[in-house]
Design a protein around this ligand. Structure first.
Ligand code: CMC
Length: 447
């Protein structure tokens, strides 16, 4: 080992055997495969890392999104989220995430054209959509219909073809808002609205959601821009739960629709993309500003969580929450203030002064204010996670492409620590211990 290699390494002494090992450190990381050589004897499998929830395990090398949780920094391909939110559009940001660079004017025009021309869905999707119950949660519908797209595009199975990947990217970014709007209208029994490709990405989505009898839907420009920025803010967030699901499912070699349906499924949960919906339920439950201290006390006593607070990575502030709070006020200028805003502001004020939250570094996250904006814009609560999913599509796709092209990746397959029974012999039914039900049936009464 050279002197540089020596200094970039970790010396481990196994006190069980007294043996010493040198493990290389690269990018501030050791490979847990290097621990496998640490064995008590020839029979020993070797040392494993144990890390439920991946608290301290990197699953991939990535060049897409950078987060510094202590500093509150989020960058896509090196560009700060604040600058993208200020100056970019969602489609341009999608291009950046997927291709790695900002497009020139011509490339952006071609990219926008290509996505706009994939906004329609196959007419059979309508039959599929109609099969869901009238009160089906739109996010459940998304999981089903995004997965079902794989049955329409069998060419998507060719994941190693760059051309095929490009086509699926356009289809997915183009069709997701259409499926999302259909899921909403299905729940209300409204007829579906065809895409209007003369509108912007966000404008077309608003049209497919809210157009009624008018000839042409004219989106409110403030709301249209606010929605576009919200999509930008949600577009990627490195190895979060749903992205990890996309990568893990994609690692089996399945088509991107199926992998992204897994992302939607993971996003659905209240600890992830379902948190924006959970925040509004929480605010409604609190009911009024004077009930906030009582609610904070119940959280501190362990009775539920303060939804929209806390993050695995951000331990200072979530930069997206800062931008969203500003957008909220711009939107409320147009729509009128969401009556739940006062409760949210009071919750934030008290929590940021309270030692329970401060000592645990719990700050508002992206979901704390986004639900208030969506609600003011007229979206029903169960559409909130769907809006998150629309924004996250380019992130999932860029991470999936990176994964497919990464020669170091293998099928995702963690190890476990088995703590169950050792080998034992099968017991025939008549020899198994009697259960309470058996005794009751036999008329045996326990005292
Ligand atoms: N309210 C009250 N206590 C909390 C909260 C919260 N929102 N979040 C964490 N804690 C406490 C937790 O009880 C634990 O306390 P203790 O050390 O006494 O046991 C400590 O803080 C650490 O919590 P953790 O669960 O170990 O932290 P985590 O990194 O595993 O979880 C989280 C991160 C986002 C799941 C969690 O903070 C949470 O459940 N927040 C509420 C749900 C939410 O807003 N989710 C949206 C996340 S941002 C959007 C996205 O990317 O999905």
């Amino acid at each position: 080992m050279t002197a540089t290699e020596q200094s970039n390494s970790l010396s481990i002494t196994d006190n069980r055997t007294g043996k010493r090992y040198e493990v290389p450190i690269q990018n501030g990381t050791i490979s847990t495969m290097d621990l496998r050589q640490i064995r008590v004897d020839e029979e020993d499998f070797g040392l494993l890392g144990y890390d439920p929830g991946f608290l301290n395990t990197a699953s991939c090398k990535s060049r897409i999104t950078y987060i510094d949780g202590d500093q509150g920094i989020l960058r896509y391909r090196g560009y700060p989220i604040e600058q993208l939110a200020m100056s970019s559009s969602f489609l341009e940001t999608s291009y950046l995430l997927i291709k790695g660079e900002l497009p020139d004017k011509e490339r952006l025009a071609v990219w926008t054209y290509n996505i706009r021309h994939h906004t329609m869905t196959h007419a059979n999707i309508i039959k599929f959509m109609d099969g869901f119950r009238y009160d089906a949660h739109p996010m459940g519908i998304m999981v089903g219909t995004v997965g079902a797209l794989s049955t329409f595009y069998r060419d998507a199975k060719d994941i190693n073809s760059e051309e095929s990947r490009k086509l699926q990217v356009r289809r997915l970014i183009g069709k997701i808002p259409t499926l999302a709007a259909m899921s909403f209208r299905h729940s209300l029994g409204f007829p579906y609205v065809l895409p209007d490709n003369d509108l912007s990405y966000a404008g077309n989505f608003l049209s497919m959601m809210f157009k009624m009898t008018e000839q042409r839907y004219k989106p409110n420009p403030v709301l249209e821009r606010a929605l576009d920025v919200l999509f930008i803010l949600h577009a990627d967030h490195e190895q979060n739960c749903s992205t990890n699901a996309v990568r893990a499912v994609g690692s089996s070699g399945v088509d991107p629709y199926t992998a992204i349906a897994a992302g939607c499924a993971a996003l659905y949960g209240p600890l992830h993309g379902g948190a924006n919906e959970a925040v509004i339920h929480m605010l409604l439950k609190i009911g009024s500003v004077d009930k906030v201290p009582e609610f904070i006390k119940s959280v501190k006593d362990g009775d539920g969580r303060l939804m929209g607070f806390g993050h695995r990575v951000y331990k200072n502030y979530d930069p997206r929450a800062k931008i969203i709070k500003e957008i909220a006020f711009q939107v409320f200028e147009e729509t009128g203030k969401n009556p739940l805003l006062e409760i949210a502001l009071e919750l934030e004020r008290i929590a940021l002064e309270d030692d329970y939250f401060v000592s645990r570094k719990l700050y508002p996250n992206v979901d704390f204010y986004s639900g208030l904006i969506y609600q003011a814009m007229g979206f029903p609560m169960d559409m909130f996670p769907v809006l998150f999913a629309i924004g996250r599509i380019p992130g999932w796709l860029s991470q999936w492409i990176e994964h497919v092209k990464d020669g170091e990746q293998k099928i995702a397959r963690p190890r476990q620590i088995y703590l169950g029974e050792a080998e034992r012999d099968y017991i025939p039914m008549e020899k198994r211990p009697k259960t309470r039900l058996d005794e009751q049936r036999a008329g045996i009464c326990r005292l």
